[in-house]
Write a new protein. Structure first.
Length: 154
């Protein structure tokens, strides 16, 4: 089984507009730098070069994320730092607001000794939390005592 649970949405149009405006500004200030109009031109040209580089990284790099569920692992597929969470290591799945996935902004997956915060995707935590709990066969919280019974469900 390989199921894509959620993905990030498309790149917002305002980000493309910001990159175009910064590139035009950079071109204008580079022309002024070549002509030698003012000493402050160097500062503006360097600042705009950094802004254009940041916009390019935001457009091209790491915005695309997919949460892929397989029989034995949850894969967070992204360009930089992909994460694989083995099903056997999951101890609990919850939102960042305890007992309220509908109020949560993020999904937290509790593992042995650490917590993995899943990136923001198009599916809300109110949909992802129950689905991941059913997949991993765990509740919201990790059990502290391995011999303890599972908490009752209402």
């Amino acid at each position: 089984m390989r199921e894509v649970l959620a993905t990030t949405g498309p790149t917002p149009r305002w980000l493309w507009g910001m990159a175009a405006v910064q590139a035009a500004n950079f071109a204008l200030w580079t022309v002024r730098l070549v002509r030698g109009d003012d000493d402050a031109v160097v500062v503006m040209a360097v600042t705009l070069a950094v802004a254009v580089a940041a916009a390019t990284v935001a457009l091209v790099g790491g915005r695309r994320v997919r949460l892929v569920l397989t029989d034995d692992a949850l894969h967070v597929e992204r360009r930089f730092r992909p994460v694989t969470v083995p099903r056997a290591a999951v101890r609990g799945v919850r939102g960042d607001v305890p007992d309220r996935p509908g109020w949560s902004q993020a999904v937290l997956v509790e593992l042995d000794g650490r917590v993995v915060r899943l990136p923001a995707v198009d599916a809300p935590p109110s949909v992802l939390v129950p689905r991941l709990q059913a997949w991993a066969r765990v509740g919201e919280r990790a059990r502290t005592d391995p011999g303890a019974a599972a908490p009752p469900t209402a």
